[in-house]
Design a protein around this ligand. Structure first.
Ligand code: C2E
Ligand code: CA
Ligand code: CA
Ligand code: CA
Length: 278
């Protein structure tokens, strides 16, 4: 028992050691993951019930040869710290273009493809040329694409961000603010930045079930966004009650397990067909 304090410290240190060791391992393994074809894209539908249309968001998956599936929430931040994110970002856009072409050939001609851009990718001086080259090579229209960027990205260097957003918008790309409402400055940029849409963060949708205030906040976000001519997507929609509420309040698009989990490309056409006939 006398040793208890010491053994706690040792245990704590060894846990810390494990965390760092894993991070370093992932950092290393990320360097070769692309060449080894360990990444794939899953697609999650975004449903507009009123129009009867469905768009999709590309979500990256990493199947590590020993550790199995690793969440992008875990490895994207690590990739951001090194320059691997640039290569991953290029691959995601190329793959998404390729898959979009396939879907268009199957008849999903008006479907919009959303991809996530991390802060570092977004601020990369080569972004515009990279994006234009990939679209041209894949023969897809920029207007078929939505770029999702988070609030923290936008707030980093507002003036630089506005310049980049304007360039991307000129090409016809739709810009959506991801995880909207999470940062303290959410309302600060809504009228300052050239954006097209906001995605209400999942935490607000979850709160819909919890209390009255949750509902008031979501309703206020939707109506404010609409007054500013922004489209609204709700993420993390899981229940019928949430769907009813969001529909009633005029939310444009809904995304979440209620409609579909993210699925591999092979499964997407049948999921899209089911949802379009809702
Ligand atoms: P995000 O962009 O906010 O994506 C939404 C996340 O919520 C996804 O997790 C999705 O699978 C999950 N989700 C969707 N519907 C529901 C629901 O109804 N309930 C619950 N509980 N969860 C739901 P995922 O795929 O693990 O992605 C995590 C994050 O990783 C994404 O958050 C995004 O920030 C990032 N990410 C994913 N793919 C990429 C990518 O290609 N590039 C970059 N830079 N980041 C990516
Ligand atoms: Ca997203
Ligand atoms: Ca999101
Ligand atoms: Ca989120």
């Amino acid at each position: 028992a006398k040793m208890n304090g010491v053994s706690h410290v040792v245990e704590y240190q060894s846990k810390l050691h494990d965390i760092f060791a894993k991070k370093i391992r992932l950092e290393n393994d990320l360097q070769v993951a692309l060449e080894n074809h360990e990444f794939s894209l899953y697609y999650q539908p975004k449903v507009n019930i009123r129009l009867g249309t469905v768009n999709v968001e590309a979500l990256i998956r990493w199947k590590h040869p020993q550790l199995g599936m690793i969440s992008p929430a875990e490895f994207i931040p690590i990739a951001e710290e090194t320059n691997v994110i640039d290569k991953i970002g290029t691959w995601v856009l190329q793959q998404a273009c390729h898959d979009l072409r396939g879907l268009q050939k199957m008849g999903f001609t008006s479907l919009k493809m959303a991809v996530n851009l991390s802060a570092r990718q977004f601020m990369d001086e080569h972004l515009e040329t990279m994006v234009s080259d990939i679209f041209a090579e894949a023969n897809v229209s920029p207007s078929s694409f939505v770029f999702e960027i988070t609030e923290t990205t936008v707030m980093k260097e507002p003036y630089e961000v506005i310049r980049i957003l304007q360039k991307l918008k000129q090409k016809g790309i739709t810009i959506a603010i991801d995880d909207f409402g999470v940062s303290y400055s959410s309302l600060n940029y809504l009228n300052r930045f050239p954006i097209d849409a906001v995605k209400i963060d999942r935490s607000f949708i979850r709160d819909l079930d919890e209390n009255h205030k949750g509902a008031e906040i979501v309703e206020a976000i939707i109506s404010l966004a609409h007054r500013l001519n922004l489209e609204v997507t709700a993420e993390g929609v899981e229940t019928e009650e949430q769907v009813r509420f969001l529909l009633e309040k005029g939310c444009d698009e809904m995304q979440g397990y209620y409609f579909s989990q993210p699925v591999p490309l092979e499964q997407l056409p049948s999921v899209l067909n089911d949802l379009q006939s809702l």
